[in-house]
Design a protein around this ligand. Sequence first.
Ligand SMILES: Cc1cc2nc3c(=O)[nH]c(=O)nc-3n(C[C@H](O)[C@H](O)[C@H](O)COP(=O)(O)OP(=O)(O)OC[C@H]3O[C@@H](n4cnc5c(N)ncnc54)[C@H](O)[C@@H]3O)c2cc1C
Length: 381
Amino acid sequence: MKNSIYSEEHRIFRDAFRKFIAREVAPHLGAWEEEGTVPRHMWTRMGEQGFLCPWVDEAYGGLSADFAYSIIINEELGKIGAQGFMVGLHSDIVAPYINSLGTEPQKKKWLPGAVTGEILMAVAMTEPNAGSDLQGIRTKAVKDGNNWVINGQKTFISLGENCDLVIVACITDPDAPNPSKGMSLIVVEDGTKGFSKGPRLKKMGMKMSDTNELIFEDCRVPLDHLLGTENMGFAYLIQQLQRERLICSIYAQTASEAMLEMTVKYCQEREAFGVPIGRLQHNTFKLAEMATEVDIGRNYLDSLLTRHMEKKAIMKEVSMAKWWLAETANRIAYTCVQLHGGYGYMEEYPICRWYRDVRVMAIFAGTTEIMKQIIGKKIGF
Ligand SMILES: Cc1cc2nc3c(=O)[nH]c(=O)nc-3n(C[C@H](O)[C@H](O)[C@H](O)COP(=O)(O)OP(=O)(O)OC[C@H]3O[C@@H](n4cnc5c(N)ncnc54)[C@H](O)[C@@H]3O)c2cc1C
């Protein structure tokens, strides 16, 4: 199944990208974790190499590459524990909004910078009082002359500090019979008067990614910063979720694979009672169970990636993958730390960071419970 979406060019690209990140990303992950962010020059370095938004049309500076290139980039970053870099968010979650909804001038203005890494992109839906229940957002945008005037607050926004552009979900028709019919997506650029970024939030994991509150106080942006049609924002957000949750699923699966690999190695080397700990039957069985789950996860994910590339509507299946792969990664993280014993609790051992980092995978981009709600609806409840 997996080979069906990859050509020789994809394999060459994967090899080149793997070498690039082994040289320029992996050695710095610890420092970025300490710093709480990834330095800006790393983004432009990625851009120079064609590793950001490779799918963007050549007319806007991209490579017109297919989705398999995005899969490769996210998989390889996932395998080395660089999901907190947030490349997937910028390249494959936010920039596609500009591409699919933007007017020609909007695309010309923002896409080339997304490709070079000079315009980092974030999306702001969540608010202090509304996360899962997106229809409960309160940030408002009202028209005043040639401007939208935005007031409100967003929270937990990834790339919130470094972003040069943020797509903000706003209520534009408070009288709509249903908030989902009165929401719009509006682009706000960094430096716009009335737009400020709160201090970086201190998180349990994914510490290299900057996550912030964003504040809008009489923030005026031109009317032509509206993305797509007014009051269609909620429908657009739903449309984009299939790809967004597939990217999250890639990160969860690659995390499980990486954690299993490092734990198998540890269990071969560490001895207790005169044998490698992996040979103690309880541990062999734990490793066998994890290997089974990782294999099932990989096959299911690959089948969905193929179907997504065939432009199939697989929202139910992607919701299944998002929750199951995230929960599996968390179960695997727990067992892998256990198999490392006390060393698993030490920062010096990578499994310690993985354990923290995978926790959020069952929370962001739609929680496990929300995924089950979607699946429930699709199967008739
Ligand atoms: C590190 C990180 C990065 C993030 N990045 C972004 C970002 O870039 N942009 C952005 O907009 N948001 C971002 N988020 C926000 C994220 O999407 C939300 O945290 C998530 O959707 C959950 O919303 P909430 O935190 O308000 O929890 P709540 O919605 O308050 O949920 C609390 C609990 O109640 C459960 N619950 C809620 N509704 C139901 C229901 N109907 N049935 C059963 N259980 C339910 C939830 O599953 C959860 O367990 C990020 C979050 C984190 C932690």
